[in-house]
Write a protein that binds this ligand. Structure first.
Ligand SMILES: [Zn+2]
Ligand SMILES: [Zn+2]
Length: 111
């Protein structure tokens, strides 16, 4: 005895590599790409949010570190933006650290 599916998420086609975390995130998103412009495209034709969904033409949504799911096209652009942000954060962290290292070196010199 099985209840009929009530939402699209209940009958999502899944990739063979689907993990519980991926499945939970995709179901929470109702199988839709969560992009609302983060990829750099406006998705104006679909009301400001990407209209790609799990299983459409065999596509699989990808899970990002923050638990959002995106279609391959948005994911590629967003992953690049994340990498860029991480690189920028790393660079500014390094920039903040070096003056401090210099200060510590100065303090060491005074011993
Ligand atoms: Zn998308
Ligand atoms: Zn997008």
């Amino acid at each position: 005895m099985t209840a009929p599916p009530t939402t699209r998420a209940d009958r999502l086609p899944e990739p063979v590599w689907a993990t519980p975390v991926w499945r939970a995130a995709v179901h929470a998103a109702h199988g839709m790409c969560q992009c609302a412009g983060l990829c750099g495209r406006k998705h104006a034709a679909s009301g400001g949010q990407c209209d790609q969904y799990q299983g459409l033409n065999g596509l699989n949504l990808s899970l990002t570190e923050d638990g959002q799911v995106y279609c391959p096209r948005c994911f590629t652009a967003i992953a690049r933006a994340f990498a860029q942000a991480a690189a920028t954060a790393k660079a500014s962290a390094a920039a903040e650290r070096y003056p401090q290292d210099d200060l510590l070196a100065l303090l060491d010199d005074q011993d």
